[in-house]
Write a protein that binds this ligand. Structure first.
Ligand code: GLN
Length: 450
């Protein structure tokens, strides 16, 4: 097959399915040109991503290609450069097919916060694909692309991967460059791969991981070949199952599939013990304070002067005010207000500082678990995909979705969601959480479920 064939197949599939799914916000008009050039030059490469069509979440900047963050504010924003991850994929020979729908500025768990259109779950179009990387997960699940990039601040790669029955990896903080990722909460954000298979996922991480001078939080670590771990068996491995992840809110059908997955791990020679990580119960409150605080600061740059939408106004103050009033959706405004409040003088110690203390406590709790166990296992999300509209009027219920994914971002460790069976016809995700920079172990364990 030629690169042109692959690109054509991807576009055909998008044409046939995306009216219903809504995964793409922008298609790359130059994709065929690029494919043709690659075919003509008869370029070859050892990289398995060579010639592969990929989708990129629309908060990752792409040179000359609209990058909206699914916000009215950036509806017509065309970046002047590529994010480091995009550059690395292009160097590997991958072809960007287009930009993927998401919750506005990555704030949400259902993709319903996109300013343009919701994404629908390919398994059942009356249901959400999860969020905020809903387009990234749905496009892979619907076979539009085999590889996509998402971002994960509090679960936004893993939860949609779980809801759509695909593999999603949130790498260790600092492993993948954030240069060119539009910042939501800079101390939590990570870019990561979504794919059909664990092996594809490892290839994609191989390509995007590694130090980058343009990101001051980028780690100086050796990047191993993540596929090397895939065929090692699980004999003798020790897993921890936090009781807090199997508590009341977990739907019976999810619990059943996770228990089955645990039996599978045991049958492969691993041991599993129940542990308690008490600080996990503070995770949601701490996260929504910290993430909103960072967001209120990061989103200050959208002022109507530097980027995107500029409202008609008489004074400079009005330009700021009206641009932000018209450009941001409700959820984004809610977070900016919450974050600004939490950071204001007089409240800082009570909220922001307390939340940071919780974060430190959680780091210590998780470190203790990793002294004894190779990895932590549990559900990725408490339920399977819910119906569109079901949680829209209830932000707190929506926030509660993130209980199992958020601790991982607060601590900065990696985690993968891998499909582990169906509950009433809908995919359930098994989450495997590892120690810092131990992505290889996660791939090794996840591979056992394929
Ligand atoms: N659902 C979480 C939120 O709304 C996570 C978002 C994310 O990971 N980008 O903040």
């Amino acid at each position: 097959v030629t690169v042109t064939d692959l690109v054509k197949e991807s576009f055909d599939r998008i044409e046939a399915t995306d009216d219903q799914i809504g995964a793409f916000l922008t298609l790359n008009e130059d994709a065929f040109e690029q494919a043709k050039r690659m075919d003509e030059l008869a370029k070859t490469s050892d990289n398995p991503l060579f010639g592969m069509p990929i989708g990129v979440k629309d908060n990752i900047v792409t040179k000359g290609m609209r990058t909206t963050c699914a916000s009215t504010f950036l509806e017509n924003f065309v970046p002047a450069h590529d994010a480091t991850v995009v550059e690395r994929l292009h160097d590997a020979g991958a072809v960007t097919i287009g930009k993927l729908n998401m919750d506005e500025f990555a704030m949400g768990s259902s993709n319903e916060n996109s300013a343009f259109k919701p994404v629908r779950n390919p398994w059942d179009p009356t249901r959400v694909p999860g969020g905020s990387s809903g387009g990234s997960a749905a496009s892979v699940a619907a076979g539009q692309v085999l590889f996509s990039l998402g971002s994960d601040t509090g679960g936004s790669i893993r939860q949609p991967a779980a809801y759509c029955g695909v593999v999603g990896m949130k790498p260790t903080y600092g492993l993948v460059s954030r240069y060119g990722l539009v910042a939501f909460a800079s101390s939590l954000d990570q870019i990561g791969p979504l794919t059909r298979t664990v092996e594809d996922n490892a290839y994609l991480l191989n390509t995007i991981a590694g130090h980058c001078d343009m990101d001051s939080t980028s780690a100086e670590v050796e990047v191993p070949d993540y596929t090397a771990a895939l065929n090692q068996d699980l004999t003798g491995m020790k897993f921890a199952l936090p009781e807090e992840f199997m508590a009341e809110g977990v739907a019976p059908g999810v619990r059943e599939q996770i228990e089955k997955a645990i039996e599978t791990l045991k049958s492969l020679g691993a041991t599993i013990e129940t542990v308690s990580i008490p600080s996990v119960k503070y995770a949601i409150s701490a996260y929504y304070l910290l993430a909103s605080s960072e967001a209120s600061s990061n989103l200050a740059r959208f002022d109507g002067i530097r980027y995107g939408r500029r409202a008609e106004a008489d004074t400079l103050d009005e330009v700021f005010m009206y641009s932000r009033e018209q450009g941001f959706g409700d959820e984004v405004k809610r977070r900016i207000m919450l974050g600004t409040y939490a950071l204001s003088s007089g409240y800082y110690d009570a909220f922001y500082k307390k939340a940071q203390q919780v974060r430190t406590l959680m780091k210590q709790d998780f470190a203790k678990v990793f002294e004894e166990y190779d990895a932590i296992v549990g559900p990725t999300a408490p339920t399977t995909a819910f119906k569109l509209g079901e949680q829209l009027d209830d932000p707190l219920t929506m926030y509660a979705n993130d209980i199992m994914t958020i601790p991982v971002n607060l601590v900065g460790i990696p985690a993968i969601s891998v499909p582990a069976g169906l509950s009433e016809g809908l995919p359930v995700g098994l989450q495997i959480i590892g120690n810092y920079f131990d992505e290889s172990t996660l791939y090794r364990v996840a591979h056992a479920f394929e």
